[in-house]
Design a protein around this ligand. Structure first.
Ligand code: ARG
Length: 460
């Protein structure tokens, strides 16, 4: 067996079970690019500070390039006995270039190294996520543009409430996603500080330049406190919180579309390309992708809870527990990237069933609140007009008809404030046209809302 990089004070090696249990190479190899990037910046700084010769630096950088090539060509031998990505790469570097490799870990610990890698990895992940969020927003805006003027029932308590433009509902998701992207951007800015040079926990007496490595790696500045630098994972907690919120938003989109694709609603038809069938029921066509978007949100929430629980009560500074921080982050990012991608594809592959919606809309007295506002315009106090319209609705329920079917005499038998012009307020089309407050579902408001997003997202 090969001696461990840390093996000097040990007489015996670890048992196989301990080796299997403590390794992280099986998943942290994903950090290789960022580990190599960090090592190059570190070696460059060490040479600049006179802690290594320029020729050693050059051999280290060449060796790291060679390792990166081998990894990318699938020719790198990842070894469990070398524990993690950091020691795999350092030991391989020693295999390839020999003695100069032994200078690379000067004024560095795996504790600051792993966090440098991880922050760089998360930074890239956030950039990818923001791109995917924008893409989903764009898909929803396209869907809005395709369905101009389409009215859908708006619900509260999942009971019919007021008519809304489909565009208005779709743009509600676009707003939520914008805040999701904003949370990630905020998190990225707070995350972008460099732990490298904090070493194990206390820093070093060697003349390193932490500002140089921080700059080289695109960080805003080095972290101010070496203990904080190696102990805290709040940047991950914040990242996973943002992901969990995004996942919750996507689960609501998933639920809405699953519901709308049902025979009972029948508002949308997903195309075959985003549907799946049943192994027993020949007639089935299921919206599985959006069900899984709904379902996978559980994992993303779970990943956050795992991390919160992991960090709770940990003493300063580094504890090996913290090695457990990576898998939930990898899982969260992979899951949510998939959720965003599939949600965008699904929205590009549904059609709204205009006929069905047309038939469905009259039910539920969606224009009742608009009618109450009509009476307010006739100087009736709102609470009174609410009561009057309530009685008109009760009449409709007993007659099994809509508000617009009531005659003027019938309406006037409830309140003499009703006039001939009342019919301009009844029916969903009329009702939609009456909305005019800022941010409302009125056609003009929605048109300017849509315009805002078309410009902001640079659509078309
Ligand atoms: N693989 C370890 C982790 O992810 C690297 C740091 C290990 N440090 C240590 N002192 N054992 O946390």
């Amino acid at each position: 067996k090969e001696a461990k990089l840390w093996g000097g004070r040990f007489e015996d090696g670890v048992t196989d079970a301990v080796e299997r249990f403590t390794e992280s190479i099986s998943y942290d190899k994903q950090l290789y690019k960022h580990d190599i990037m960090g090592s190059k910046a570190h070696a460059t700084m060490l040479a600049h500070q006179g802690l290594m010769s320029v020729s050693d630096r050059d051999r280290i950088i060449e060796g790291l390039d060679e390792i990166e090539r081998r990894i990318e060509n699938g020719k790198f031998n990842w070894r469990t006995d070398r524990e993690d990505v950091h020691m795999n790469i350092e030991a391989a570097l020693t295999d390839i270039i020999g003695e100069p490799a032994k200078k690379l870990h000067t004024a560095r610990s795996r504790n600051d190294q792993v966090l440098t890698d991880f922050r760089l990895w998360c930074r890239d992940a956030i950039d990818n996520m923001i791109t995917r969020i924008k893409n989903l927003q764009a898909s929803l805006v396209h869907l809005s543009l395709k369905n101009e003027g389409l009215i859908v029932p708006g619900y509260t308590h999942l009971q019919r409430a007021q008519p809304v433009l489909l565009q208005h509902l779709l743009l509600a998701y676009v707003e939520e996603l914008e805040r999701d992207a904003g949370r990630l951007a905020d998190c990225r800015a707070r995350m972008n500080f460099c732990p490298l040079g904090a070493c194990a926990l206390a820093g070093t007496g060697l003349p390193i330049d932490r500002f140089m490595t921080s700059d080289a790696l695109g960080f805003t500045a080095p972290l101010r406190n070496s203990i904080d630098a190696v102990s805290d994972r709040d940047f991950v907690l914040e990242f996973l919180s943002a992901n969990a919120i995004t996942a919750v938003h996507l689960s609501r989109l998933g639920e809405e579309w699953v519901l709308w694709a049902s025979e009972e609603f029948g508002f949308i038809t997903p195309s075959d390309s985003v549907s799946t069938g049943s192994s027993i029921m020949p007639q089935k066509k299921n919206p599985d992708p959006m069900e899984l978007v709904r379902g996978k949100s559980a994992r993303v929430i779970g990943d956050l809870v795992t991390l919160l629980t992991l960090c709770k009560g940990l003493p300063h500074a580094y504890n090996r527990d913290l090695q457990e921080d990576k898998e939930p982050v990898f899982d969260s990012v992979k899951t949510i990237l998939g959720m965003l991608e599939v949600s965008a594809e699904f929205s590009q592959n549904i059609t709204f069933n205009q006929e069905r919606l047309q038939k469905a809309l009259p039910a539920g007295h969606l224009d009742a609140t608009t009618l109450a506002d009509y009476l307010v315009k006739k100087a009736i106090p709102f609470r009174t007009s609410h009561d009057i319209v309530g009685r008109a609705v009760a009449l409709c329920v007993s007659k099994k008809c809509q508000l617009q079917d009531l005659s003027l005499d019938e309406l006037r038998s409830i309140s003499t404030a009703f006039d001939e012009d009342v019919y301009e307020f009844l029916g969903v089309e009329n009702a939609i046209n009456k909305f005019s407050s800022y941010g409302s579902t009125g056609s003009a408001c929605v048109a300017s809302e849509l315009n805002y997003w078309v410009t902001k997202l640079e659509i078309r």
